[in-house]
Write a protein that binds this ligand. Structure first.
Ligand SMILES: Nc1ncnc2c1ncn2[C@@H]1O[C@H](COP(=O)(O)OP(=O)(O)OP(=O)(O)O)[C@@H](O)[C@H]1O
Ligand SMILES: [Mg+2]
Length: 259
C-alpha cells in the first residue's frame, strides 16, 4: 500500500455495530504494525471511549471540527495497544460538522503518517456529500431485513455520490430466520467484506473497557475481525475490489420493491 487509506463506517439504522467494528478493526491493524488513527466522529452519541476505557477525554473530535485544536493535539494514545485515538467527548452536546471543517481535518490527515484512518460515525447521512475525502465506506448491517433494507438505501445514496463502498454483516449467528451472507450477495452489488458473529465477548468487552480483540483473542469475533483486517490490507495493496456478484433472486425482488 503506497498511501494513506481512509475508511468510514456507516449505517442508517443505529446500533448495528459500527463502533464495535471500527474499534476492533483499528486495534487489529495497529497490532499488525500499521500506524492507525481511530476517530470517533459520532457527533451525537460518541462511544469509542467505552470500548477503550478512554471515556474521560477532554479534547476530542469536536475540538478539531471547530478548529480549536490541531489534529495532533486531540490524539490520545490507548495505553495497552498504542492505538492513536481521537475520542468523542461523551457529555458534549450534539454538533454539526461543516464542509469547511471536513476539508480542514482531511488536509491535516493527508499530512500525517497514518497508514489507516478509521472514522466511526453516527447513524444517518451526515457529511455523505463530502465522501470524496474517504477512500472507502463500510456499510454495517445486522442480519435482518429492516437493517439490510436501510443498508441498501445507504448504498444507493453512496452510488449517487460515486463513493466506493462495501458491506459488513455483523451479529450473524446462522439462524434460519436471519438474512444470510448469500442473500446479501444476491441483493447487494458491492463486496460483502466480512461476516462477524454474534459473540458475548462484545458486551463483556464494553463492560470491561477492554477492546474485544484484546479481551478475547481466541473468540469467533476476534478471529473474524482478524481475517477481515487481513483481507483488508490485501485488498488495499492490490487496489481493485472483486467483480460484483451475479444478480440473484433476492436482488430481483429488491429491485421489484424499489422500482
Ligand atoms: N458482534 C457482536 N456480538 C454481540 N454483540 C454485539 C456485536 N456487535 C455489537 N454488539 C452489541 O450491540 C450494541 C451496539 O453496538 P455498537 O455500539 O457498536 O453499534 P453502533 O452501530 O455503533 O451504534 P450507534 O448507531 O448507536 O452508534 C453494543 O452494545 C454491543 O454490545
Ligand atoms: Mg456507534
Amino acid at each position: 500500500m503506497s498511501r494513506q487509506h481512509i475508511v468510514r463506517l456507516v449505517s442508517q439504522k443505529g446500533g448495528v455495530g459500527k463502533t464495535t467494528i471500527a474499534v476492533n478493526l483499528a486495534v487489529y491493524l495497529k497490532g499488525m504494525g500499521y500506524e492507525t488513527l481511530l476517530i470517533d466522529a459520532d457527533t451525537t452519541n460518541p462511544s469509542v471511549g467505552f470500548h477503550l476505557g478512554m471515556e474521560r477525554a477532554s479534547i476530542g473530535y469536536r475540538s478539531i471540527a471547530y478548529g480549536r485544536s490541531p489534529l495532533r493535539e486531540a490524539v490520545a494514545v490507548h495505553p495497552s495497544t498504542g492505538l492513536h485515538v481521537i475520542p468523542g467527548i461523551i457529555n458534549a452536546k450534539p454538533f454539526i460538522v461543516s464542509d469547511e471543517a471536513v476539508r480542514r481535518i482531511h488536509s491535516q490527515l493527508g499530512k500525517s503518517d497514518y497508514r489507516f484512518v478509521i472514522f466511526d460515525t453516527q447513524p444517518g447521512y451526515a457529511n455523505f456529500h463530502v465522501s470524496k475525502y474517504v477512500d472507502e465506506t463500510l456499510i454495517v448491517t445486522t442480519p435482518d431485513m429492516p437493517s439490510l433494507s436501510s443498508a441498501i438505501r445507504v448504498a444507493s445514496t453512496l452510488d449517487r455520490l460515486r463513493a466506493k463502498h462495501s458491506m459488513v454483516l455483523n451479529r450473524y449467528s446462522g439462524r434460519k430466520y436471519e438474512v444470510s451472507p448469500r442473500e446479501i450477495g444476491s441483493i447487494y452489488e458491492g463486496r460483502l467484506q466480512a461476516v462477524i458473529p454474534e459473540d458475548p465477548i462484545v458486551p463483556m468487552s464494553i463492560e470491561e473497557h477492554i477492546p474485544a480483540m484484546e479481551l478475547g483473542r481466541r473468540t469467533g469475533f476476534a478471529r473474524e475481525i482478524a481475517s477481515f483486517g487481513r483481507s483488508y490490507c490485501d485488498l488495499n495493496m492490490s487496489g481493485e475490489p472483486e467483480a460484483p456478484l451475479r444478480e440473484g433472486f433476492f436482488r430481483r425482488l429488491f429491485r421489484f420493491w424499489h422500482r
